[in-house]
Design a protein around this ligand. Sequence first.
Ligand code: PLP
Length: 272
Amino acid sequence: MQTPAEQIAPPIVMVLAGHDPSGGAGIQADIETLTSLGCHPCTVITALTAQDSVSVKDFQPVPATFLIEQARAVLEDMPVAAFKIGMTASVEIVEAIHTLLQDYRQVPVILDPVLAGGGGGSLAKAHLTEALMDLLVPHTTVITPNSVEARLLCGDADSLEACAQQLMAQGAEYVLITGGHESTADIINRLWGNRQMVSEYSQTRLPGEFHGTGCTLASAIAGYLAHGAAVPTAIRDAQAYTARAVAHARRLGMGQLIPNRLAWCTQSGSRH
Ligand code: PLP
C-alpha cells in the first residue's frame, strides 16, 4: 500500500524568476498560481528587486554560477514537468539558463520575457533582448510577451504579426502576444503556432492597472501543461484563470492592483 506521500505527487514546475517584495509579481505570483493549480513549484531566483505596487526602484541579478547551483540541486533530485522563465535580468543569467536547458530538451519551456515592471522601471540590463532572442527563444514551447515586449524583442518588425513570425522563425513553437497595453476597447490576445495565427481571445478590459498579470498567465500555462494538457487547451484555461484572478484583484498599496490568484478557493471567489 502506498504511503500518503506517494499517493499525492503533484507535477513539478521549475520557475526561474525574480523576487518582487510587494508580492504582486515575480516568484510569489508564480508560487500562488502554480500551487493553486495543484502543481509543486521549485523556485530558482534570478534576481532580487526593490519595488512596490507603483514602480521598480532597483534590481540585482544573482551571480550566474549560483543560479546554476540552485537549479542543478533540484534538477538532480526531482522530475521537472515544465520550466517557467520570468525575469532574467542580465545576459549572464540568460546564458546560465541556456546552459541548463540544453540538458532538458524534452521538458516544455514557458518564457515570459520580462523587461520592465508593470508600473514602469526597467528590469533588464544591457543587451538582454538580444540574449533572449539568441539563447532562450530557440528553446521555447510558449513565449508570452505583451505587445510592448514583443516589439522590443523584434526591433525591426512592423506589426505584431511580424513579431510573432520572427519569434517562430527564431524557434518558439507557440507565441501568445497579450494585448493589455494596446488601445483597443477589449483586450485581444492572439496565439500563433506552426507559422500562422491559430486563435484570438477577447476579454473585457477591467478598469485599473494590475501588477503581475503576465507572471500569473505564464505560470498558469506552465501548470496546465505540467498536468498534461495540450498547448492550446493550457493557454485557453490559463487565460480564464488569470481573468478570474484579475477580476478579484485588490488594492493593497498606492499603485497597481494585485490579482487575487486564490480567488477560486475563497468563498464565491470574493474579496476575503
Ligand atoms: N517579475 C518580477 C520580479 C517583477 O518584478 C515583475 C514586475 O514588476 C514582473 C516579473 C512582470 O510583471 P507583470 O506580470 O506585471 O508583467
